[in-house]
Design a binder for this molecule. Structure first.
Ligand SMILES: [Zn+2]
Length: 302
């Protein structure tokens, strides 16, 4: 998303050509022992004939993605002429891109794009799979369109599944098209319990309109990011807890605050809306935490 990526440099036409150029015609296969046979398929001429439609579909997708109007697209306009949907993506994507050398080069380059292999949807998981932004099962004409292929972690790819936006408010944040990471929008508050936890919220900057705010809220909700970030933050707090307790006793609350601010600044330099920087920042601005009062709570709870 939320964590932008430079758009791939390879065009839709070049990708389609690379993925289809080595696919051969299929000869008829006779059936045997109750299994039905398969008819011959003239893949070479079918794929060549479909190229202009695939190119046009890719351009329609790009224009809609740029204008955040993916919800207006009709799946019927993203078929591959001469193919059933499943056959189209199994041949063009499955065999042509995942399984073929020329297409595989493009696949591998797309997968390698995110810095530190971080998933652009959650900003946390390791990139493991390519997600079809509009599903290959319903929009097979986009199955090897680079702008429709986004590297993702396994969890995010699974959660997203065949999600297709129906309204402007549910258009997912697209890492190649949406640039929202230049100002802060992620915030958190400290929950005052013996084991302090963090509650993450979207804090929309003034420059956002209602639609982008709703889209980010929806993205946050769909990928369960409140829980993902909360879990990571809890781990961070328990890791620094011992050091913070000692610092409170030896140097006082302002020393704790200075340490936490320094840690937040370092994280913000590389990632303005990362959960780590936001966690340190929220802890630094929380008097209760800086004063080490979670120790009292722990005593009371004993
Ligand atoms: Zn992810």
């Amino acid at each position: 998303m939320m964590w932008p990526l430079d758009p791939p440099s390879v065009s839709a036409d070049d990708s389609y050509r690379a993925c289809t150029e080595s696919i051969r015609d299929r000869a008829a296969k006779p059936g045997s022992e109750g299994k039905p046979g398969k008819p011959a398929r003239a893949y070479r001429s079918l794929l060549a004939a479909a190229a202009p439609d695939v190119g046009a579909a890719s351009r329609r997708f790009e224009i809609a993605a740029l204008g955040s109007t993916l919800h207006d697209l009709k799946a019927a306009d993203f078929k591959v002429p001469g193919f059933e949907d499943d056959e189209a993506h199994q041949v063009i994507y499955g065999r042509g891109m995942v399984g073929n050398t020329a297409g595989r080069v493009i696949y591998d380059a797309l997968m390698a794009a995110p810095a530190h292999e971080r998933c652009p949807f959650c900003g946390h998981g390791m990139v493991r799979e390519l997600d079809h932004h509009l599903p290959k099962t319903s929009h097979p004409a986009l199955c090897v369109t680079p702008l429709n292929l986004v590297p993702a972690c396994r969890d995010c790819n699974k959660i997203k599944g065949t999600f297709t936006p129906r309204t402007a408010d549910t258009v997912l944040i697209h890492p190649y098209f949406d640039r929202i990471d230049n100002e802060p929008w992620l915030n958190a508050s400290v929950v005052h319990t013996p084991d302090p936890t963090l509650d993450f919220v979207i804090d929309p900057p003034d420059s956002w309109d209602q639609v982008i705010t709703n889209r980010v809220e929806h993205h946050f909700e769909l990928f369960g990011l409140k829980r993902v970030f909360g879990t990571q933050a809890n781990r961070l707090v328990s890791n620094i807890r011992h050091g913070v307790e000692r610092l409170v006793r030896t140097a006082g609350a302002e020393a704790v605050r200075a340490y936490l601010r320094e840690e937040a600044e370092t994280r913000f330099e590389s990632r303005l809306n990362g959960w780590e920087g936001v966690t340190f920042h929220a802890l630094a601005e929380d008097d209760w935490f800086c004063q080490g009062r979670f120790m009292d709570e722990a005593d009371l709870a004993d």
